[in-house]
Design a protein around this ligand. Structure first.
Ligand code: KIV
Length: 280
């Protein structure tokens, strides 16, 4: 068993200090949490992407805190050595800072060691309140899927000089109030490079190029089981969809032909039972 990964250990992982890049991946249930932990990832993000890749919704806006709580609990029950980070879903931290604290606490009670939330300087009050309640916060800026309507779609952010400057200011402000890491999603790699150089906490990129201090991908994209078009930044490491369909088709064929179950796959009962039933 590995040493548990802690928030301070993640906060320390700047590549410019000679540290290894951070590996973060999503997981949403106990079975996959065990597997990704066995693969040695540093951070398991119970992302609200679960709305799309597990629950069949068209965006992340459709799920609330109860759903996230349920899945954070499932991941935590795998007792991974990786740090478990729970995503705060849309509208659970956008009103009063107290709402954010209360909802963050629900994810911690469910088993998360930290929470992630989306947005820049407009979130400083809630971020400070959550950190003030001793709950570590991972920030998420750039292409923030919970802002899909405000952004007019899932579009790369920070393309203009002014938007890039604003994003750097967001990142610095979030790190300044104590976020222990910053996810950069869907931004030009040169901007991710700048943010990474200017922050003392690690950046974790998704569609942000290679300069970040770590990378994150959605597990179902990486395994080839997400039923959605893959973004440019997704590397598909396996065609699990094909493997699952092939296995279930073989099972179906065996059931239909009578090849499953075999005698070895059946319980035989005692000789008394067999004889009594044979006499009927
Ligand atoms: O919900 C999620 O999976 C995420 C990652 C893509 C960063 O927020």
């Amino acid at each position: 068993m590995r040493e548990p990964v802690t928030v301070p250990a993640v906060r320390d992982r700047k590549r410019r200090d000679g540290k290894e890049p951070l590996v973060m991946i999503t997981a949403y249930d106990t079975a996959f949490a065990r597997l990704v932990d066995a693969a040695g990832v540093d951070v398991i993000l119970v992302g609200d992407s679960l709305a799309e890749v597990v629950l069949g919704y068209g965006s992340t806006l459709q799920i609330g805190i109860e759903v996230m709580e349920h899945h954070v609990g499932a991941v935590a029950r795998a007792r991974p050595s990786a740090l478990v980070v729970g995503d705060l879903p849309w509208m659970t931290y956008h009103t009063e800072p107290y709402d954010g604290v209360r909802n963050a606490a629900r994810l911690v009670r469910a088993g998360a060691a930290a929470v992630k939330l989306e947005g820049g300087r407009q979130r400083l009050a809630v971020v400070e309140a959550i950190i003030g309640a001793e709950i570590p916060v991972m920030a998420h800026i750039g292409l923030t899927p919970q802002s899909v309507h405000a952004m007019g779609g899932y579009k790369v952010q920070g393309r203009s000089v002014s938007a890039a400057e604003a994003l750097v200011a967001d990142a610095k402000a979030l790190a300044g109030v104590g976020c222990f890491a910053v996810v950069l999603e869907g931004v030009p790699k040169v901007l991710a490079e700048t943010v990474t150089a200017e922050l003392d906490v690690p950046t974790i990129g998704i569609g942000a190029g290679p300069a970040c201090d770590g990378q994150v991908l959605v597990l179902h994209d990486l395994l080839g089981i997400a039923d959605r078009p893959a973004a440019k930044f997704v590397r598909r490491y396996f065609d699990l969809a094909d493997a699952v369909v092939t296995a279930v088709a073989s099972y179906s064929a065996d059931v239909r032909s009578g090849a499953f179950p075999s005698d070895e796959e059946s319980y035989h009962g005692s000789s008394d039972l067999r004889e009594a039933l044979a006499r009927r």
